[in-house]
Write a protein that binds this ligand. Sequence first.
Ligand SMILES: [Zn+2]
Length: 99
Amino acid sequence: LKQELLELAQRLRDKIDSKSRALKTKEEELRKQLNDVERERVFFEEKIIRFSEYNADSELCPICWINEGASFKFNPINGNDQVDRFKCSCCGEILEVKF
Ligand SMILES: [Zn+2]
């Protein structure tokens, strides 16, 4: 009986080892995902800070400023008799200003 008990215990030990390794792998993956999410969240918090710093008097493109912290102006492009049109020299965003 002793031998059978030992073999049963060993089989259980093997299952436990296998499960433990699988959980360790999963834990490492989740830790990596958590780091990625945290890094991305900080990236977005930086955008929120730049949003609060944005000043329209600068006439800078808010998209380039908020997303990248980059300073680009809008240049006038072809408008019509109802709107002036401006295009960001970097991201290409177009603004229409009615007059
Ligand atoms: Zn832009």
